[in-house]
Write a protein of this length. Structure first.
Length: 328
């Protein structure tokens, strides 16, 4: 018997409700029903566009794309984890500009036979992470594709401040970081070896914990440059060094190694500082400050800005990859 138009010819169990069965608008209704929008959302989902407040007349905007098999695996992470991770990657970028998030837009592409419960879990994760900074999902789009792809656009406000860019670092500044470093890389190393514990590092890979409030706090304190550590500290600080026309030198001994990373590194034969220098997806914040500036809570000095170019560790070039690069 041939399948009906709403029945998928796949391995999906017959009693599983799929995206093809409910359709684009049915899915949108499911993931937006009874959601409470914050005050910044003047008009939410349901019209041709959303309306989001822009208190100081400027909008900070960024976008990030997560592709199944490249950025996440559903046998390693739950749909809720993936949703939180997708939101976190963008919300951290807003924070890295010294801004405060105001809303998220979500583009979703998925196969027709994707179970709706997977997509509802994804939406739950997006809403949960957005709720940490009091924003909502204000709109988006759904399309059919051969694999699951999540694209998130985050909006934010500078609250009257100037944006903290990558180009403001000056010789004499200190380099400081806030948030976890190396945890996600350690978790990925554990997962790729077929293990699921220790849970703390595996969960750090599945669900990052960016220090969102630290971005605006750094801006208020006088940060001269700032960046979200998404691809690896060395790789991301290289963008700051290039944009600012300076050299950044990190001190290896400045990094306090958490006991859990030390234990995992010992078990896997990896120096945990290498994870902290080159591992991505923790979404910590790295910033430069004038030397006399009192650092905001949570920031730790790990290096200095000097004359020259590039990024060094203890005055020497780092051997090996400096972080994640998509096309190499």
């Amino acid at each position: 018997m041939a399948p009906s138009p709403n029945q998928e010819a796949s391995n999906t169990p017959d009693d599983t409700v799929t995206l093809g069965a409910v359709g684009e608008f049915g899915l949108i209704a499911r993931v937006t029903r009874e959601r409470i929008q914050p005050a910044a959302t003047l008009l939410g989902p349901g019209d041709d566009s959303a309306v989001v407040a822009a208190p100081d007349g400027r909008v900070v905007a960024c976008v990030d794309v997560l592709v199944e098999g490249v950025h996440f695996r559903l046998d390693w992470s739950s749909p809720v984890d993936v949703g939180r991770k997708a939101a976190a990657a963008n919300l951290a970028d807003i924070a890295a500009m010294g801004a405060v998030p105001t809303g998220l837009l979500v583009g979703l592409a998925a196969p027709r036979d994707t179970p709706v419960e997977v997509l509802e879990g994804l939406a739950d994760g997006l809403w949960a992470e957005a709720g940490l900074v009091d924003v909502g999902l204000v709109g988006g789009d759904v399309a059919s594709s051969s694999q699951l792809v999540v694209s998130v656009t985050a909006l934010g406000t500078l609250e009257g401040r100037e944006a903290v860019t990558r180009s403001g670092a000056r010789p004499g500044d200190v380099v400081a970081v806030c948030g976890r470093l190396g945890w996600s890389a350690a978790g990925l190393a554990v997962l790729t070896r077929g293990f699921r514990s220790p849970g703390a590092v595996v969960d750090a890979h599945r669900r990052p914990q960016p220090p969102y409030a630290a971005g605006p706090a750094a801006a208020v304190a006088g940060a001269t440059a700032m960046i979200d550590v998404s691809d690896g500290l060395l790789a991301d600080l290289a963008h700051v060094a290039e944009a600012s026309g300076v050299r950044i030198d990190l001190r290896r001994t400045a990094f306090a190694i958490p006991d859990r990373l030390r234990d995992v590194g010992s078990a896997l034969g990896v120096d945990p500082v290498d994870w902290m220098l080159t591992g991505g997806e923790d979404h910590a914040l790295a910033a430069t400050f004038p030397p006399s500036t009192p650092l905001p809570e949570g920031f730790t000095v790990v290096g200095a800005v000097e004359e020259g170019t590039g990024v060094t560790v203890d005055g020497e070039a780092h051997e090996g990859p400096s972080g994640w690069q998509h096309f190499t």
